[in-house]
Design a protein around this ligand. Structure first.
Ligand SMILES: NC(=O)c1ccc[n+]([C@@H]2O[C@H](COP(=O)([O-])OP(=O)(O)OC[C@H]3O[C@@H](n4cnc5c(N)ncnc54)[C@H](OP(=O)(O)O)[C@@H]3O)[C@@H](O)[C@H]2O)c1
Length: 268
């Protein structure tokens, strides 16, 4: 379903997870539309800042903050200050490969805190302000992984199940408020995600980088960006993922879990 379609984005845009991958590309798209940008990640963003300037951003600021912590989310709120956020790209996210019980609790908690708590907290703060103004657009990066129980990347898939579901519900709550929320569901995409998740030697990572099924983050970002312009509530990026989306709706969860295990098991 489409709501309040627009031809381009404008004004002040916040992009989380903007240092690399899908967020880096989302920032460039918003820059091309002439938005002023606040780029956020937990590492320096010189490359993203330069790319956004080259692409035509009206203004670019960066903030290094861990959005899996309250201090990080507060730092972002302070950086936004009293400015109205016209567009929010809530994209920062992380995963952690391997068997759940073999993982450190801190890394499990960090995935939950970043993907769920940090994201939802940002949606709560920014969404309230947008609703009061009667305008604003939000793109959240969920995942097709949220539709599949994810052995060997278990916490990640479960956090994305929460996010995918949450966004559709929030879109329904926000209808008729002037605020548009879209959720992008990418499949395996060729970014730093698998390296950061220690999953480089898995079939999932191979599929993200292969020339056959491999998916370019610029293409994925464009799918999400266009969905946000159109006001589509949910956007599955890519033909293979659309098929997976259909299968996930009909196959038993146990079968999906077995399939995921096959893709996420380490080859070493
Ligand atoms: N790649 C895939 O296959 C795939 C598929 C479906 C969905 N997604 C989702 O797409 C989004 C972007 O990921 P990507 O694929 O582009 O991977 P990526 O290249 O690893 O980018 C992730 C971004 O999020 C930032 N980030 C992670 N944890 C953070 C934290 N605690 N605080 C602040 N920033 C944080 C990272 O920067 P720092 O690490 O420096 O903080 C980086 O900018 C994520 O939500 C991911 O779950 C990815």
């Amino acid at each position: 379903m489409s709501k309040n379609p627009v031809d381009k984005l404008s004004g002040f845009a916040v992009v989380t997870g903007a240092s690399t991958g899908i967020g880096f590309e989302l920032a460039r798209l918003a820059a091309r539309d002439g938005c002023s940008l606040l780029l956020v990640a937990d590492e320096p963003m010189d490359r993203a800042e330069a790319a956004a300037r080259d692409a035509g951003a009206a203004r670019v600021e960066t903030l290094e903050a861990d959005l899996g912590t309250e201090a990080g989310v507060d730092a972002l709120a302070a950086a936004i200050g009293t400015r109205a956020v016209d567009v929010l790209f809530a994209n920062a996210g992380e995963g952690q490969g391997g068997a759940f019980l073999d993982q450190d609790w801190d890394s499990v908690a960090s995935t939950i805190d970043t993907n769920i708590k940090g994201t939802v907290s940002l949606l709560h703060r920014t969404g309230r302000e947008m609703r009061a103004r009667g305008s604003g657009r939000i793109l959240v990066t969920g995942s097709i992984a949220g539709e599949i129980p994810g052995p060997l990347n278990l916490t990640y898939n479960a956090t994305k199940a929460f996010i995918d579901d949450f966004c559709v519900g929030l879109a329904e709550e926000l209808k008729d408020t002037g605020v548009v929320i879209s959720c992008l569901l990418p499949g395996a995409t060729d970014t730093h995600f698998f390296e950061r998740a220690d999953m480089e030697d898995t079939r999932l990572a191979e599929s993200a980088g292969s020339s056959l099924a491999g998916v370019d983050p610029a293409q994925v970002a464009r799918h999400g960006y266009e969905a946000l312009l159109k006001g589509e509530t949910q956007k599955v990026s890519g033909l293979m993922n659309k098929l997976q989306h259909v299968f996930a709706g009909v196959l038993p969860d146990e079968m999906l879990a077995k399939m995921h295990r096959h893709l996420a098991v380490s080859s070493t």
